[in-house]
Design a protein around this ligand. Structure first.
Ligand code: NBP
Length: 477
């Protein structure tokens, strides 16, 4: 017998993905560099479905039906290249290599190009949802050829998470690196979502004066409304957790230094290259890195500034409502920025990504899954060429209704010295976009002054330069 799909790399993700395929009725060949992990999988979970355990690369490849579907779930970077080099010579034209790791999309583009010469379809695939998602249904973002999706799509649809309306959370994102690009932006948005939630928490704590347990209840209430999402749900769980060793709120015994694995940073790096203002995502990445600069923080502790004084009980509830408005409005801005980056990547690399479909496949399985994504999908379905989510009438109206509270929250945060880089960056983005005139005109004047970089005028076509060092007359450039 031969397997319909193979998974190599049986750490948490690969193992659970293989089990997910098997539990859905597919025969799955499994392989790992260290064979003991393969045996452990069979010992523990072999009864769950039709597994074919293999030890050598040749056995693994031979166990697969043709055209072969070979999933790589190893550590991203060099290990992925090593595995490709090991397997590619054993494959035949038409076979598919699916890389489900967190690869950089530029690596995926390179691998896809190299393997195409051998007529092997390389399908860089973003997979979100952690180990639980891999087992019970992740959100899946495959790139690669349309031909490969015709073969893989039905299997991926089977193992993917299902949205509330039963739609599978997988779509062919676009060619070559499109899937990994979209996964990268997903993670960038995830960083922003987490940062905004963290700021809301700190405001509720320091300005409203609530305890972690009370804040958990507030998040639980928010989770029944428009903020309904996985991240809000787990925030309430984390905040209500009590540390067994000390009896204190868990959140008070954890070191306040946030770590990162790099996909948020990539999102910002690529946005800089594409010229897309993802200021909210960037602030989220910077907030994590700032938190980790312990020596710098220690050295800065004596700097002047207000200490937050909690509001009275009567004002706290009203303030919490304002924070909800600020969080929601800032969230709209983060997604606006993230979708802008996807649109820009799609244009740069000719991927023709359907933005509404991306919102749709993020509704289940992944970390940023949220009721809100239904609305984004509706916005793009209604108008696929929407210039920005903020141009959608519904979102524009919601922000209009939220903006007074959003500003009030930022005023309170500023006056009380509570850092809110995410809320502030989101509001600055919003105000900059709606501004009639930006001070960029002055920037252009400065550039022309010191570097003769020229400027364009509001009243005439063409580029101009002012002779700043002479009689300050204007000349055409
Ligand atoms: P790891 O990222 O920890 O990778 C461990 C696996 O890579 C093991 O199977 C290991 O084999 C194999 N491997 C390494 Br390391 N170097 C190798 C090499 N040179 N040749 C062959 N195999 C090699 O596993 P993971 O946490 O399951 O993640 C797998 C992928 O999924 C990663 O790219 C990750 O970024 C991505 N991802 C993870 C999550 C998550 O929540 N963990 C979520 C979404 C995506 P060995 O057993 O012989 O050492």
């Amino acid at each position: 017998t031969s397997a319909q799909i193979g998974v190599t790399g049986l750490a948490v993700m690969g193992r659970n993905l293989a089990r997910n395929f098997a539990r859905n009725g597919y025969s799955v060949a499994v392989h790992n560099r260290t064979p003991s992990k393969t045996r452990a999988l069979i010992d523990e979970f072999g009864h769950e479905g039709d597994f074919i355990a293999t030890e050598t690369a040749a056995d693994f490849v031979a166990a697969l039906e043709r055209p072969r579907r070979l999933v790589i779930m190893v550590k991203a970077g060099d290990p992925t290249d090593a595995v490709i080099q090991e397997f590619a010579p054993l494959l035949e034209p038409g076979d598919m290599i699916i890389d489900g790791g967190n690869a950089h999309f530029a690596d995926t583009r390179r691998r896809e190009r190299e393997l195409r010469e051998q007529d092997i379809h390389f399908v860089g695939t973003g997979i979100s949802g952690g180990e639980e998602g891999a087992l019970h249904g992740p959100s899946i973002m495959p790139g690669g050829s349309g031909q490969s999706y015709a073969s893989l799509g039905p299997m991926l649809e089977k193992i993917a998470a299902k949205a509330a309306d039963a739609t599978p959370c997988v779509t062919h994102v676009g060619p070559d690196g499109a899937g990994h690009f979209v996964k990268m932006v997903h993670n960038g948005i995830e960083y922003a979502d987490m940062q905004l939630i963290a700021e809301a928490y700190q405001l509720l704590r320091d300005v409203a004066g609530y305890s972690p347990a009370q804040i958990a209840e507030i998040f639980r209430t928010w989770n029944t409304g428009r903020l309904d999402s996985y991240l809000i749900e787990i925030t309430a769980e984390v905040l209500s957790h009590i540390d067994a060793a000390t009896g204190k709120p868990f959140v008070d015994v954890v070191q306040d230094q946030a770590e990162q694995k790099g996909t948020g940073r990539w999102t910002v790096q690529i946005a800089l290259e594409l010229g897309v203002p993802v200021s909210g995502i960037a602030e989220a990445v910077f907030a994590r890195s700032l938190s980790g600069h312990t020596a710098l923080r220690e050295a800065s502790r004596g700097l002047a500034g207000p200490t937050a004084k909690p509001l009275g009980e009567s004002e706290s509830a009203a303030f919490a409502d304002q924070v909800e408005q600020a969080l929601y409005a800032s969230k709209i801005v983060s997604y606006t920025q993230g979708f802008h980056e996807i649109a820009a990547g799609s244009a740069e690399y000719d991927w023709n990504i359907d933005l509404g479909a991306i919102a749709s496949i993020w509704r289940g399985g992944c970390i940023i899954r949220a009721a809100f994504l239904d609305r984004i999908r509706a916005a793009y379905d209604a108008r696929p060429d929407l210039p920005s989510l903020l141009s959608d009438e519904t979102f524009a109206q919601e922000i209009a209704a939220a903006q007074e509270d959003w500003r009030a929250v930022l005023v309170a945060a500023t006056n009380q010295g509570v850092p809110t880089p995410g809320f502030a960056a989101a509001l600055a983005y919003y105000d900059a976009l709606r501004a009639e005139r930006l001070p960029a005109a002055l920037t252009q004047g400065q550039r022309d002054y010191f570097g003769a970089h020229t400027y364009r005028r509001t009243d005439r076509e063409g580029s101009f330069h002012t002779l700043w060092g002479a009689d300050r007359s204007e000349v055409p450039a």
